[in-house]
Design a protein around this ligand. Structure first.
Ligand code: ZN
Length: 271
């Protein structure tokens, strides 16, 4: 399937703390070669904003955007780091991933991670300030590796504060496993489920993923890869395979275009 105009809103490349399949430069070149419109570089440990800006300038014809994940290397719930990243042009601010209590508890390290809610179930004041900054900048808010409960609370406030786009990061990964009923409750303007390339560690296979998309609606789905791991397919090939898999699951070419081209463009404010 052609990737003309496609956008991958979630991809990992080097330099990184972990080994990666490609460098960011190689990845951006491959995406341009495939006719893609844009990629969003994600790094769990540092801002990708300056790197993305340099690649966009060096490689006319492909838009490379970056952002910041609020893990401990970024200072956790650090509004100053968010403000700086947004001023430098961050497309997306992600909630914690590797530092999230939700993921750490799942992996057997309970009590060592970052939570979005206090003991009474209220959003942390630092997080409220961050959501307001994202809203003001017109950037995307990604829900990272928060639990479904935390994700719902963050999405509700983000809406209230006028955040333009909310991307619910891979709701099908095993430590999130957001039920489709919860996904349906979250539906609304500007909210997208960023469904990623199926692999080990996901609680859905391709058919299950297709069922989730039908359950919540392709109108609110973005197909992204979250690829870049050395043992998985190259991210550009992965996005193509993802589209083909969904085609064999019965989605029409128009529906796939909506999920790979149109929805991510609207989410990123490129229309
Ligand atoms: Zn990722």
């Amino acid at each position: 399937m052609s990737l003309k105009g496609a956008i991958d809103t979630h991809v990992h490349s080097g330099p990184d703390v972990r080994a990666r399949k490609t460098t960011s430069y190689e990845l951006a070149r491959a995406a341009r070669e495939a006719g893609m419109r844009a990629i969003v570089l994600k790094n769990h440990h540092c801002s990708t904003v300056p790197l993305a800006a340099a690649l966009s300038e060096a490689l006319p014809g492909i838009l490379v955007r970056g952002g910041l994940v609020l893990n401990r290397p970024a200072g956790g719930w650090n509004a100053e780091a968010v403000e700086a990243a947004l001023k430098m042009g961050a497309a997306e601010i992600w909630m914690p991933t590797l530092s999230a209590e939700n993921e750490r508890a799942f992996r057997g390290y309970p009590g060592t991670g970052m939570r979005a809610l206090d003991e009474k179930g209220r959003l942390l004041p630092e997080l409220i300030a961050i959501i307001r900054l994202v809203a003001k900048a017109g950037a995307v808010l990604g829900t990272g590796h928060l639990s479904p409960e935390e994700t719902c609370a963050v999405a509700a406030l983000a809406r209230e504060e006028g955040v333009r786009s909310i991307l619910v990061t891979h709701p099908e990964i095993n430590f999130i496993a957001m039920p489709v009923e919860t996904q349906r409750r979250l539906l609304g303007r500007g909210l997208y489920f960023e469904r990623c390339f199926c692999r080990a560690g996901f609680h859905r296979d391709w058919s299950g993923l297709a069922r989730d998309i039908r359950g919540a609606g392709f109108e609110s789905t973005i197909l992204a890869t979250d690829l870049g791991q050395p043992d998985n397919p190259h991210p550009v090939e992965g996005l193509e395979q993802f589209a083909e898999r969904m085609r064999s699951e019965g989605f029409s070419a128009e529906e796939i275009e909506r999920m790979t081209v149109a929805n991510p463009a609207v989410a990123l404010g490129l229309e």
